[in-house]
Structure formats: structure tokens, C-alpha cells
Design a protein around this ligand. Sequence first.
Ligand SMILES: Nc1ncnc2c1ncn2[C@@H]1O[C@H](COP(=O)(O)OP(=O)(O)OP(=O)(O)O)[C@@H](O)[C@H]1O
Length: 260
Amino acid sequence: MAKILDFQNVSLERGERTILHNITWTTHTHENWAILGLNGAGKTTLLKLIHGDMWPTTGRLEVLGGVFGHTSIPELQRKIGWVSTALQDALHVGERVEKIVLSGKFASIGVYEHYTAADMAQAKQYLEQMGGSALIGKRYATLSQGERQTVLIARALMARPQLLILDEPCNGLDLFARERLLQHVAQLAAAPDSPALLFVSHYTEELLPCFQNVLLLRDGQIVRQGTRAALLNQAVLSDFYPAPIQTATLSGERLAVYPQ
Ligand SMILES: Nc1ncnc2c1ncn2[C@@H]1O[C@H](COP(=O)(O)OP(=O)(O)OP(=O)(O)O)[C@@H](O)[C@H]1O
């Protein structure tokens, strides 16, 4: 299996501070990973490294076959989709939903390039795949947070990324909107042409079984990495979190964690 990410002893320093310490982590095609960590654990910094927005201070980093220092970052970035709420600020929110999705093909925020009928059909198909058919024709600015996330994922898919980063995609979603989004993410993961998924979250209950692998990040260090079966349990998570927790198993192999 080809590698998607290969971190070898990667550290990242800013001034006096080491934000990421000695990260050694390898992922492969057809593996979907979830990254779990509290506020300030280093999740966003790790994503910025993967996306080539930051560089390792020490260590070797290979993403999608390109070794940092020897690869074109803009080319790498075209192969990575990154869905985060931060992206919304850069969109032309007055634009209609299908145009926003279409713009993902050109990795641009507005649609300035010429597009074909096939491109538009593809945009609508990704919207449908993510459960957003009813949004076609609406203006992005009028959508709810859950609907916006649907659009942003469809938009990211338009560039046919090899790696799709879902950076806390459930932020701001109500109970039901969150569930709908998660179920569509699971369907995406099951599709034969799905990109490798990297799902970042604060909450174990969002980690659906399609995320077979989990990285536990604390204070810029990997505490554990492995299968969800090995890591998503009371014993491991009690060790991981800095304060006592209790867990509850939900239906669909999901685990909820609460402070004790
Ligand atoms: N450019 C920077 N210079 C100095 N410190 C930074 C920089 N970027 C991040 N940090 C610090 O590194 C730590 C990790 O930040 P990061 O944003 O990666 O955490 P996170 O896990 O994404 O947190 P959250 O869940 O709150 O989004 C934090 O303490 C943050 O203040």
C-alpha cells in the first residue's frame, strides 16, 4: 500500500517553544484516521505541516510521495482537500451553492475559469453524495452551518484530492445535523474512489467505525496511535486525558467520553 503520510521524528519549534515533539507516524491509502486531542494539543499545527503551510524544524516529512524540501508545495496542496470553518471567511458567500462547489475544481475561491457542463454535473453529483441536493440554487450565505459543511466537503471533492482533511467538521452543528453529516462522511469513506480521510475532533462519539485508526495527541506529542478497537476504551483514554473520565458505549460502535 502506498504511503499517504510519513512523519519521521518530526518536531516543530516556534521561538523557544516546541509545538510538536518527535512525531513518527505513517498512514497509507485506504486508511482513514481520526486525530483526537484537547484544545492546544497541536492538531491544527499537525494539519498545517501536512498541507505545507508550516515546515518541520527537524525530522523528515513525506506527504503523498513528496519529501519536504524536495517537492513542490503548490502541487502537493492541489492533492489535499482541507475542510474547515476557517475556509468560509474566504468564500464568496453570495454565490450559489453549486458554483461554490464548482470552484473547488479550480482551487480558487470564486469561479473565474471556464467550466463545462460535465463539471457542473459533477458538482451536483458530489452535493447529492453528501446529501445536499436540496441546496442547489440556494445562496451559500443563507445556509445553516450543517448545510455549509456539506457544501464545503462537496467543494473539496471537486479537486479529486488524494487526502481529505476534515478539521472539526461538526463544530456548530446541532445533534441531528451532526448525525446527518457523519453518516454522509461514512458513506463517502465506503465509496471505492474515496480519498484517504483525516478527521480531526475533540469528541470520541464523532469517530465512526470508518475511522479505523486513531492518533491520540497531547501537548504536541503522540500519546498512542493504533486501531480504534485498541484505543477507544476506558483504560487507554483514562491514561490519555489529564483528568478522570467515564465512558459510555453508544450504538454503532461509538464511544462517548465525559469528565467524571
Ligand atoms: N505560530 C505559533 N507560534 C507560537 N505558538 C503557536 C503557534 N501556533 C500554535 N501555537 C501553539 O501551539 C499549541 C498547539 O496549537 P494548535 O492550534 O495546533 O492546537 P489544536 O490542537 O489545534 O487546538 P484547538 O483544539 O484549540 O484548535 C498551542 O499552545 C498554540 O498556542
